[in-house]
Design a protein around this ligand. Structure first.
Ligand SMILES: [Ca+2]
Length: 191
């Protein structure tokens, strides 16, 4: 008869081998929500005061759905930590759960335009006044005008030095691509 202690030792030696041999191959377990815990952020350093152009262009392309969210946030990285902290963000343009939106974080003014799901691209064009504050907007996607007319002045500032793109609930959130466009502005593409 094997003493209890020895039996324990043998079991301890054998168990890892048995476990290693019987481990099932990894299985993809579907999340209840396909968008759970997905968030990706990209920071782009730029200098909004570096041009005399009076037109600022931004395009934002994504697989838009009723429950995902992509925000393009502009502001001044006052504490130079490379991130737009909440109090440093002045203006936001993006898609939120079924609508294109913009938000002036200085006054709280915001606007939303609802759209159906799909691969969508917002073309956002800001006309600036001589002091480089926002004057008017022309924003459209494939279904037509999204926003037009006067817009809060704080939707642009020559002091800005950081643009932050944050995606939540996007199927492949690591794929944030930012290109500078000819003329002046940025293309933001999520894929
Ligand atoms: Ca900061």
């Amino acid at each position: 008869m094997i003493p209890k202690l020895n039996l324990l030792l043998i079991a301890t030696m054998i168990l890892p081998v048995v476990l290693a041999q019987t481990n099932p191959p990894p299985v993809d377990v579907p999340n209840l929500s396909p968008y759970a815990d997905t968030e990706a952020t990209t920071n782009v350093v730029f200098s909004a005061g570096d041009t005399d152009d009076r037109l600022f262009r931004l395009s934002l392309e994504l697989n838009a759905t009723a429950d995902n969210n992509v925000s393009v946030v502009f502001g001044t990285d006052a504490n130079a930590n490379g991130v737009l902290d909440r109090e440093e963000a002045d203006a936001v343009v993006g898609w939120d759960s079924g609508s294109w939106f913009y938000q002036d974080r200085v006054t709280g003014a915001e606007a939303h335009t609802a759209r159906a799901d799909g691969r969508r691209r917002l073309n956002w064009e800001l006309t600036l006044n001589p002091h480089k504050a926002a004057k008017s907007v022309r924003a459209a996607d494939a279904d037509g005008v999204v926003f037009t007319g006067a817009i809060p002045a704080a939707m642009f500032s020559p002091d800005w030095n950081l643009m932050q793109v944050t995606a939540r609930g996007v199927a492949e959130p690591s794929g944030i691509i930012v290109n500078q466009v000819l003329g002046w502005g940025f293309n933001v593409i999520l894929r």
